[in-house]
Design a protein around this ligand. Sequence first.
Ligand SMILES: [Mg+2]
Ligand SMILES: [Zn+2]
Length: 187
Amino acid sequence: MTLSQPQAVLLDRDGVINRDSPDFIKTPDEWVALPGSLEAIARLTKAGFLIGIATNQSGVGRGLFSIDTLWDIHQKMLAEIYAAGGFVTRIFFCLHTPEDNCDCRKPKPGLLYQAAELFACGFDNMTVIGDSERDLEAAIAIGARPVLVRTGNGRATEHLPAAKDIGIYDDLGAAVDALVAEREDNT
Ligand SMILES: [Mg+2]
Ligand SMILES: [Zn+2]
């Protein structure tokens, strides 16, 4: 690894940064950060990683909430991340339902392609942190590095084939600590 190559980290949103809900996160009030996640993003920022968020938000496609509300939810999230000292370059989102058969809904890698283009990084310099099988599958599909956290769906996901032989951590804070330590070892 050389420092001239940017190191990008793409975070899933629900179940990684904030509490997930089977009923979708439909309002800013329902968006609640998981313990330690905001501070973890701040540590990643301080360590020099490029950070994006890649999230399936089919609740919009299903008509459960509007894109304006999604924007309000993301304004709240970014405000809390920035207040903690973190920086997120962009939120990549898919608004489609599974029936739309788009190229961006994870496990399809479309959002990861968008991120690699923006960050101008190779997929071998991209780490994808998620709590669900589809996050891992999207990363594996393009040769990015999948990392699983045990928050959200993570405890159910860690026994699936996609989670075999990958880094698994209790939460985003622990995953970030490992990434930062690894980067320090390599510089
Ligand atoms: Mg998730
Ligand atoms: Zn899509």
